[in-house]
Design a protein around this ligand. Structure first.
Ligand code: X8Z
Ligand code: ZN
Length: 628
C-alpha cells in the first residue's frame, strides 16, 4: 500500500507494512477485543475439529484474493490523493482505508483457528505475514478504526499541502517545501538558511494533537492483535524477535559510528571556516540548517565547502545534467537504462503514461518521492517532483529499484509481494546508484573527464560519504523516537524535547534556535505524518554496500570496491533478479545468502568502500578534538 499510514503491504515502497513474520505470538492485554474473542472461539471449536492443512491453504488463497481487492481499491484512492490533494480525495482514501483495515482485522482473527496446523511452507509463511501485514494496525472498535483512518489521512495531507509566508488568503504565493529544500541546498547565508529552516517547521505544530491521537489509536490496534504497541509490531518484521532486532540495529550502528564521528569532526571544522567559530563551535554540535538539507539527513550539498582537492576534474553532475540539457524524462530513461544494461526488463509502457514526474503548477501533490504498483499486477509508477540535478538523479534510481522489485515478484501471492525485509526494498536502487561512477557519467556525457589521480578519488569519496555516512545516525534515530513514542516512554509533553535529544546524541546536530513544546519538529519530516517506518533506510544504507560488493564479484570486478561499476553486467543482473523474484516468500537471510553468500547483515563492505576517505579524515582530524 501506498501509504504506510494504512496498510502495510505492497504498493508503495514507502508505506508498506512492516512484515513481521515473527512466530512468537505475544498475547497483549486487549483480551476482549474482537480479534482475541474470535480467536478464543476458534480455539474452542478447534478442540472439536482441528482444521486440515488443505483448509489452511484454501483460507490463505481466499485471503490473497480479497486482500488484493481491498488493497488495490485503497491504492487507487491513494494515488488519486497523492497526485491531487483535495478534501474529496482525502475522504475517499479514508473510506478505502477503513474497508481494508476492517477486512485485514477479520482475516487476522480468522487465521487464529489455524494455530498448530501444519500446512505447506508457503501457506504457513503467509499466515505469519498476515498478522504483520500493516504498519498501521487498526482497533477492533469500528468507530475508532474510522477515526484512525481519518486522522492518518489528514496528517498525510497536512504534510503534502504545507505552506507558509503566503501573501494572500487564497494561498497563491506561498513558500512550499520545494522552496525551502532549494534554499537549504544552495545558500551560504546563515540568516536566509535559518528563515527557510524555521519556515518549513511552521507547518507541523498543528499536527501535534492529531499525531498524539494517532499514536493512541494505532497502539490500540497493535494490542488487539497481540503486540505491546505499534513499535513492537514494526520491530517484529525481521524474522527475529523484536528485542533481537533492536540489538541488531545497535550492533550495526556500533560498526559505523567511528567513521561517522570522523566525518562529523571534519565537516564541523570546515563549516566553522565558512560560518565562523561563533556559529559552529569547535567541540560542539553542528547547527541543523548548515548541512545543505532541510532535515540535515544527507549532506552532499555542502561538498563545495569541503572539496578536498580543488583543481581535479569536476564531479558536479548537476552541472553536467544541466549542460547536457537533460530534462526529467531523460533522467528517468537514463536510470532505466542502467537496469536494462544488467539484462532486466524495460519498464512497461504504462509506467511512462501513468507516472507523475513533475510538480504540477495548479494543484497540491505529495512531492515526497514514491514508487507504486497500484494493482499488485505490474501497474508500475513513480510520483516525484523531479528537479534536474544529482540529488534527484540518485532518487530516481532509488525509486526504480522499488519498481523493479515489484516487477519481479508481482506473480506471487500478495503477502509475498514485499522485500525480503523492508531494508532490502529500500536498498536496491541505491545499490545500482553506487555504480554510477565518474567513468559511467563520462560515458553518458554527463561529466567531461575522469581522473585516476588519488586526489580525484578522495573528492568522489567525500561526495559519497556526505551522502551515505552522514545519513546513518539519522536513519537510526527516527524510529528510536517513534519506538519511544509508541511505547509511552516518550510522553506527548516531551515529543519535541525527546526528538532533539536524539538528534543531539546520535547526529551531533543541534537546533539553530530554541525549540519548545509549541513546536512539533518530527512532523516536518515526511515519514512521521505518513507513518512510514524508518529503520528500513538505515538497514538499506548498510545492505547496499553488501549487495554492491557481491554483485561486483559476480561482474568479475577486480580492485578496490569504490572503483567498481556493475553497469552492463548480465551476471550481476541475474543474481539481483533472482533475489528480487523471491519477494518475502522466504526469511530474509535466505535472500541475502542468494545474493551475497552470507546470512548476516554487516557493515564491513561499507567500511571497505570508504577506506580511502577514512584515511583522509583521520589525517585531517589529527590535532582536532572530535565528538560533541
Ligand atoms: O523516503 C525516501 C525515498 C522514498 S522510499 C525517497 N528516502 C528516505 C528519505 O527521503 O528520508 C530515501 C532515503 C531516505
Ligand atoms: Zn524508497
Amino acid at each position: 500500500m501506498v501509504r504506510s499510514s494504512t496498510l502495510g503491504i505492497g504498493l508503495v515502497a514507502l508505506s508498506l507494512a512492516a512484515p513481521l513474520y515473527a512466530c512468537q505470538a505475544k498475547s497483549g492485554p486487549a483480551a476482549e477485543t474482537g480479534a482475541k474473542a474470535e480467536g478464543d472461539a476458534a480455539k474452542a471449536e478447534g478442540a472439536e475439529a482441528k482444521p486440515s492443512a488443505e483448509e489452511a491453504k484454501a483460507y490463505v488463497a481466499e485471503v490473497d484474493a480479497k486482500l488484493r481487492e481491498v488493497w488495490t481499491a485503497e491504492s487507487k484512492a491513494q494515488w488519486a490523493h497523492a497526485t491531487d490533494i483535495t478534501d474529496e480525495h482525502e475522504k475517499a482514501v479514508a473510506e478505502a482505508s477503513v474497508a481494508s483495515m476492517t477486512y485485514l482485522n477479520g482475516a487476522i482473527a480468522g487465521a487464529t483457528k489455524f494455530a498448530g496446523v501444519e500446512a505447506d511452507a508457503d501457506t504457513m509463511r503467509q499466515l505469519q505475514l498476515l498478522r504483520i501485514a500493516s504498519s498501521l494496525p487498526a482497533p477492533a472498535d469500528e468507530q475508532k478504526r474510522k477515526e484512525l483512518a481519518e486522522v492518518a489521512t489528514k496528517l498525510d495531507s497536512m504534510y503534502g499541502t504545507g505552506k507558509w509566508d503566503c501573501e494572500d488568503e487564497a494561498k497563491q504565493d506561498c513558500k512550499d517545501m520545494g522552496d525551502a529544500v532549494e534554499v537549504l541546498a544552495t545558500s551560504d547565508d546563515y540568516d536566509e538558511l535559518l528563515r527557510a529552516w524555521e519556515g518549513w517547521r511552521t507547518i507541523s505544530p498543528a499536527m501535534r494533537p492529531k499525531y498524539q491521537r494517532f499514536v493512541e489509536l494505532s497502539n490500540e490496534g497493535a494490542r488487539d492483535i497481540g503486540f505491546a504497541d505499534t513499535g513492537e509490531l514494526w520491530r517484529s518484521g525481521y524474522d527475529m524477535s523484536a528485542a533481537e532486532f533492536e540489538a541488531e540495529m545497535e550492533r550495526l550502528w556500533q560498526q559505523v559510528k567511528p567513521l561517522y564521528t570522523q566525518l562529523h569532526c571534519h565537516v564541523r571544522a570546515k563549516l566553522a571556516e565558512t560560518y565562523g567559530a561563533d556559529k559552529v563551535p569547535a567541540d560542539g554540535m553542528i547547527p541543523a540548517h548548515l548541512l545543505g538539507n532541510l532535515w540535515a539527513q544527507e549532506w552532499p550539498n555542502v561538498y563545495r565547502h569541503m572539496e578536498p582537492h580543488p583543481g581535479q576534474p569536476s564531479i558536479d553532475v548537476t552541472e553536467g545534467l544541466k549542460k547536457a540539457k537533460f530534462d526529467e524524462l531523460e533522467m528517468v530513461k537514463t536510470a532505466e537504462g542502467f537496469f536494462t544494461s544488467l539484462g532486466l526488463d524495460p519498464l512497461p509502457e504504462t509506467f511512462w503514461e501513468r507516472s507523475l514526474f513533475l510538480q504540477p503548477p495548479d494543484r497540491d501533490v505529495q512531492c515526497h518521492a514514491s514508487a507504486w504498483d497500484v494493482d499488485f499486477n505490474n501497474d508500475l509508477r513513480i510520483k516525484m517532483c523531479i528537479k534536474v540535478g544529482m540529488e534527484d538523479f540518485v532518487t530516481i534510481h532509488h525509486e526504480l529499484g522499488h519498481n523493479y522489485y515489484y516487477h519481479y515478484y508481482y506473480d506471487k501471492p500478495v503477502l509475498f509481494q514485499q522485500g525480503a525485509h523492508d531494508g532490502f526494498h529500500e536498498g536496491i536502487g541505491d545499490t545500482l546508484a553506487l555504480s554510477v561512477t565518474p567513468k559511467y557519467l563520462v560515458d553518458m556525457g554527463l561529466l567531461d573527464e575522469v581522473s585516476e589521480d588519488p586526489k580525484a578519488v578522495i573528492n568522489k569519496q567525500m561526495a559519497d560519504g556526505l551522502e551515505k555516512i552522514a545519513f546513518l545516525p539519522f536513519g537510526l534515530l527516527i524510529d528510536r523516537w517513534r519506538w519511544g513514542v509508541f511505547s509511552g516512554e516518550i510522553e506527548p509533553a516531551e515529543y519535541n524535547a525527546a526528538w532533539w535529544k536524539l538528534r543531539n546524541e546520535y547526529q551531533g546536530v543541534a537546533a539553530p534556535v530554541e525549540r519548545t513544546e509549541d513546536h512539533f519538529d518530527p512532523g516536518a519530516k515526511y515519514h512521521i505524518p505518513a507513518n512510514t517506518p524508518y529503520s528500513r533506510y538505515f538497514l538499506a544504507r548498510i545492505l547496499q554496500f553488501q549487495f554492491h560488493k557481491a554483485l561486483c564479484a559476480a561482474a568479475g570486478h577486480e580492485g578496490p570496491l569504490h572503483t567498481c561499476s556493475i553497469y552492463g553486467s548480465k551476471e550481476a543482473g541475474e543474481k539481483l533478479q533472482a533475489m528480487l523474484a523471491m519477494g518475502s516468500s522466504k526469511p530474509w537471510p535466505d535472500a541475502l545468502e542468494a545474493v551475497a553468500g552470507t546470512r548476516q547483515m554487516d557493515a564491513g563492505a561499507l567500511l571497505e568502500y570508504f577506506e580511502p576517505l577514512q584515511s583522509y579524515l583521520e589525517e585531517q582530524n589529527a590535532g582536532r578534538t572530535c565528538g560533541w
